[in-house]
Write a protein that binds this ligand. Sequence first.
Ligand code: SF4
Length: 363
Amino acid sequence: MTDSEDRPAEVEEADVDPAEAAASVGGAGGAEGAEDAEFLAAAAAPAGFSVSEPTDVKDPDVINTVLRHRLPRRIMIQTTSACNSSCIFCPHTQFRDKLPQGRMSDELFRSIIEEMSQVPEQVRINLFLMNDPLMDSHIVEKIHLAKEIVPNSIIGLWTNGALLNDELTERLLTSPLDGLGVSLHAHDASSYERITGRDDFDEIREAVLWLAAERLAHQRLDLTLMLRFVGAGHFLDDDERQALRQYWADTGVLLDILVGHNSRAGLVTSRVGVIQPRRWMAGCGDEGGPRQAHVLFNGKVVMCCMDYQRKLVLGDLSGESLEEIWTGDTRRQVLRKLYGLREAEPGFLCSACEWSVPVKRKR
Ligand code: SF4
């Protein structure tokens, strides 16, 4: 599964993202969607998916606003680069044989968490990034470690759920995890296979049902459990969408039904409309990019979870601290392009991303 996957502009029915925050609930949907959005906002917030800090892209001092913290308040950590799905809206399969892959060392993971513990405010630690986190056989230990070192952190995972079994479910439910999202995407096996390339829909859905039931049995209502359906406006018809709502009713599972899906900065076919690459931009419609740190398994810090090609590398934790990278000139120069203080070069990551805010002419 992927992480950042989905942002406000593509959302019609509801947009709540354990990875990205409950703040972005809303969208262009009709009455039914609006009800969902309100429900999800109310339901998700107490579970710890905190509201992200909005950025006013018209703020003339926006760069300094974004840069004012010496460490991020939100971080995505790729403890393994592996994923066991081939979703048609995810570029992971395009690059997994072309770019280095691997598992993060325990030492690096600990050092990242220890540095995040210096943040005085509550931080959100997302233990996934362009991967499936359950492919890391030590992911539960990492949840415990992160909470131990940063007790007031909010820890979240998004997974495709393929590796959920009774034992792992038990371990997750008895861990200090705050939010668990499962990208299910479909309501029947044939649609699921078409979207993800996997033929085990029934088993995964059963595993999620079991997880939901055990969550209630364990009285883990503080753990938000959410299902995501990406591109539901294209992959599911009205009857299927209605059916899945009924199917998951009364399970305690929140539904995140996204009508479209974005192009991952131009890497897959967009379902929210094709854009012309932008050389001048006025910010990002999703603060998950510029305000969140994204650490790959090898310690490289990339700009955004859209960066499957690893084009915008801000630094490398093998030789720098997170604070040095977060306050460094590379990030500052990237933000200058994103926030319209400089023209972006051809091929700049955000230029092809639907979430970049277009401007007609330079400031
Ligand atoms: S505009 Fe840039 S930072 Fe924002 S989501 Fe797109 S690629 Fe990421």
